[in-house]
Structures are given as structure tokens and as C-alpha cells.
Design a protein. Sequence first.
Length: 143
Amino acid sequence: MVQDGYGWIYLVFFLIIPLSRILPRLVRKWKQKDQAESEQFTQQSFNSTNETISQTPPRQYHEDIPREMKPQSLDMLILGELNRGVKSFNSIQRNLGIDTEKLDETLESLEKQGLMKVQHKQGLFGPKIELTPTEKGFKKFYS
């Protein structure tokens, strides 16, 4: 099948081209992972007193936000996640730590109020559901 002297063409098409597309992505991911680990290590601050080293507690950012700006309800927490770009049910559940039934009820009520819409898409691995905030939901969260 392969004529003498043309076997290198198969190597180029089936090995080198796919690797040249994949390797830069992998290198970027490794660099980002290394940067995140180094930043996390350098951000930790330590206090030393009389031969004892103790780590200072992490700063609580939610205390710095005025009370009026904090989300007051579960609806607002979920709208906040949607406005940050989280689109899947599992991601919202993981980020907020809410049980499945409560999150399902809240998402249904947000959809009935017109604050969120559900989009059914056909993905590479089968059907996919995306949750997106509507303009009304965006305004409600930021007002």
C-alpha cells in the first residue's frame, strides 16, 4: 500500500499534526496549574512568636461586603452563580452545597418567574441542558 519513500507522509498526517495541536494545550494547562500552586503558597502568611509559628486565618471576604450587597435568599445565590457563567445543575449544586430537591424546586420557581431559562442542546456525548439567566434575572441580581 505504501510506496517506497512515502511512508513519512503517514507519520505527518497521523502523528505530528495531531500532536502539534494537543501539546500546546497541555503545556498551557501545566503552566496554569504551576502558577496557581505557587500563588497559593506565596499568599499564605505566617506569624512567628517565641519559637512558635502559627498560620493566620484566611481573610473572610464576605464580611467586607456591605450587608445590602449580600444575597439574601437562595434565589439570589443561584442567580449569582448563573450570572458568573455557571451553566450546569451539578456545578451550581457543587458550588453552593445545596441538596438536589431544594435546588430543583428553586430553579423551577426561577424559571416560572422568568428570571432564568433552560436550553436543551445536543452535545457531542448526547443531550445537554444549559441554564442561563434572562435579562430580567440579570437586572434583579444586580439591582
